[in-house]
Design a protein around this ligand. Structure first.
Ligand SMILES: [Zn+2]
Ligand SMILES: [Zn+2]
Length: 437
């Protein structure tokens, strides 16, 4: 998270000092928001080319605007069955599956019925094998480490069940803890079980009522028709990333040039030419995979974005407006709070983490206004979540409500006791990362 700012001049509209982040490229006015909603290639997510990045950024802003109007007009409206995004992803999934079936049929024909010489058959089999690698579903794995069973954490399971009941969502099949500054739900394993992952560092930083808000948002995803989280759309959601991984990951052209360079150092013309062609094809496949996935996703993204806002509305209903806003603020400051705890780690133990995090959160709240504005520049159409500012604005525009679920201090204390080993683990992680520097 960029922190250093400079003041490159005065706002033409309101004469307030402009800000420019050290990492950014374009200044804006924090008072009247002049020039805030612009595509800043230094801050926006990288999408292969600036052209696509800019389009995705603008499209994201448009979507947010349209969705706010929609949701403010009818915040209680329920999603109407299957979304068009889901239908689209389903169609792409079916097409990919058919492609896979055709490739298998072709391979069988090559082996059984074809009269061609073996060498020719092998060469002809290569494209079909590549197609199969591309469409082979990857289900992901339910983590083995960090699973919190009902026996180990009865209070947490009880809380999750209550939140699910109030949110009107299914209870997740598995609850997991990890050491991320995050939380999420995913469908994993060949049975695509629903897994709720709670990042303990974030959990420790959150004020207690805001934890309910976090849980309600995540569980909201299990019921609100997010096309990116439905079992049936798995093939369409993952083929692009598989193509990118299979061809070496990010920055394909840089890799191709480097590989060709090292070939040129070693040997003569024909090898270099062949190497250029092979690496060029790999890089092209990489970019084609990434672009195809962005295009497929961009059709599904409006529904996914709507699902995020709906999950926020669930959080508001279950936990209340203020706890929702506190959880957003904590997410905005999480990186800085973690940094603070890192400095404090040698002088405290795991049990003091929560109190120290609370203190840090309050001290660091001066950074909130800018961090909030900045979240608008660092999200686009394909970001998993809208910017925190957009999310907070929606809830702030709706009437303030108290949450439907309240948890008393005795229960929170019992819940904290269950997670004590995890606070120690998080504390050890802080100490561990110190050693490396
Ligand atoms: Zn201004
Ligand atoms: Zn979400």
């Amino acid at each position: 998270m960029p922190t250093k700012t400079t003041m490159p001049g005065k706002c033409q509209a309101c004469a307030h000092d402009l800000v420019l982040l050290e990492t950014g490229a374009l200044s804006w006015c924090p008072a009247c928001r002049w020039n805030l909603d612009v595509y800043d290639p230094a801050l926006a997510p990288w999408r292969g080319t600036k052209l696509i990045g800019r389009w995705g950024f603008r499209r994201g802003l448009e979507l947010d605007r349209a969705m706010h109007e929609d949701l403010l007009a009818g915040p209680e409206a329920r999603p109407a069955g299957t979304s068009s995004g889901e239908v689209w992803l389903l169609a792409v999934s079916v097409a990919l599956a058919l492609l896979g079936v055709a490739a298998v049929g072709y391979l069988v024909w090559l082996v059984v019925a074809s009269e061609l010489p073996l060498g020719v058959r092998l060469a002809l089999a290569i494209p079909a094998v590549l197609v199969l690698l591309l469409v082979k579903p990857s289900f992901g794995r339910v983590p083995k480490y960090g699973v919190l069973t009902e026996r180990e954490a009865p209070q947490l399971h009880r809380l999750v069940r209550e939140v699910a009941e109030m949110a009107g969502t299914p209870v997740p099949d598995v609850i997991c803890a990890d050491l991320s500054l995050n939380a999420g739900v995913a469908r994993l394993g060949w049975r695509q079980r629903s897994v709720l992952v709670i990042g303990i560092p974030l959990w420790v930083m959150l004020p207690r009522p805001a934890r309910v808000s976090l849980l309600a948002h995540e569980l909201g995803h299990l019921a609100n028709g997010d096309p990116l989280r439905v079992r049936r759309t798995l093939l369409a959601r993952t083929f692009g990333s598989r193509a990118v991984t299979a061809t070496g990951g990010r920055n394909p052209w840089r890799r191709a040039i480097r590989a060709t360079d090292s070939l040129a150092e070693q040997g003569g013309g024909a090898v270099v030419l062949l190497g250029m062609i092979v690496h060029g094809i790999v890089a092209l496949a990489n970019v084609a995979g990434a672009t195809a996935q962005l295009l497929v996703d961009s059709v599904a993204m409006p529904d996914s974005r709507r699902a995020e806002y709906r999950a926020d509305l669930v959080a508001r209903r279950v936990a209340g407006s203020v706890p929702f806003l506190r959880s957003s603020e904590t997410v905005l400051l999480a990186g800085r709070i973690w940094q603070d705890l890192w400095h404090l780690a040698p002088r405290i133990d795991g049990e003091q983490m929560e109190a120290m995090a609370t203190e840090a959160r309050q001290r660091l709240s001066v950074h909130l206004p800018l961090a909030r504005q900045l979240s608008r520049r660092t999200t686009d159409l394909w970001s998993t979540h809208p910017g925190e500012d957009q999310r907070m604005r929606l809830i702030e525009a709706l009437p303030d409500v108290d949450g439907a679920l309240s948890v008393d201090d005795t229960r929170w204390a019992a819940l904290d006791a269950e997670l004590a080993p995890w606070r120690r683990t998080a504390h050890n992680a802080l100490l561990g990362t110190r050693d490396r520097f």
